[in-house]
Design a protein around this ligand. Structure first.
Ligand code: HEM
Length: 188
């Protein structure tokens, strides 16, 4: 196989990752809007729900799953060309976290079908918390693949990680504060 093949597989692998995550992030956002449409009056509620079911199915089947398939297929190509990666510790950890991501992916399908049959017991707040999981997995997997066996452990590295977590948490708190303020102004 030409040496260029590895780079093609890697480029398409990264494109697959971007598409997969775009789908995963937006899918759970749609679940949140879907669950929160329970607060609407009929017949608007039914109209919104059937629109969300359609959007969720299209997003999952046309964007999210093809992104996942592309990621996994291209990753298999990379491993066929360079099987020695499999013996490395960072790759074994990466595969563990990717397995978690795949479980999350199929779990989203489960929630999607529960939403379609109006049997979903997840609240908007629980779904918001669930939506943090792929972000965490993304950060861990990218750090593993970039740093490989030199995974950062120095104080400076942890300072950067803490800063990123602090920024992400601040954005979440601000969004929550705005939501609560809006809810309170609607009650009054
Ligand atoms: C099916 C599971 C996966 C396998 C077997 C796999 C395998 C690989 C391999 C062998 C490489 C090339 C490493 C190199 O040449 O340095 C790679 C690169 C990469 N992978 Fe994966 N991968 C998988 C899933 C993922 C996922 C889910 C993500 C994102 C969350 C991801 C993100 C990346 C990135 C960003 C690179 C480029 C790193 C670089 O060039 O420095 N991979 N992957």
């Amino acid at each position: 196989m030409p040496a260029e093949a590895y780079l093609w597989f890697k480029s398409l692998h990264i494109i697959g990752v971007v598409v997969w995550f775009a789908g995963l992030f937006y899918l759970v956002r749609l679940f949140i809007y879907h669950v929160e449409s329970n607060d609407l009056d009929e017949p608007i509620q039914s109209a919104f729900k059937s629109q969300y079911v359609l959007m969720e199915k299209r997003l999952a089947n046309i964007i999210t799953t093809p992104g996942m398939v592309l990621t996994v297929l291209m990753a298999s190509g990379l491993l066929i060309i360079q099987p020695s990666w499999l013996g490395q510790r960072w790759m074994q950890f990466k595969l563990l976290f990717v397995a978690g991501l795949l479980i999350y992916h199929f779990f989203c399908y489960r929630i999607m079908s529960q939403l379609e049959s109006d049997e979903c017991n997840w609240s908007g707040r629980q779904l918001r918390a669930l939506n943090e999981l792929p972000t965490l997995l993304l950060v861990i997997v990218v750090l593993l693949v970039v740093f490989k066996n030199q995974f950062p452990t120095s104080a400076a590295s942890w300072l950067i990680v803490s800063l990123v977590i602090f920024m992400a948490a601040s954005i979440q708190f601000y969004a929550r504060w705005r939501r609560l303020r809006k809810e309170n102004s609607e009650i009054m």
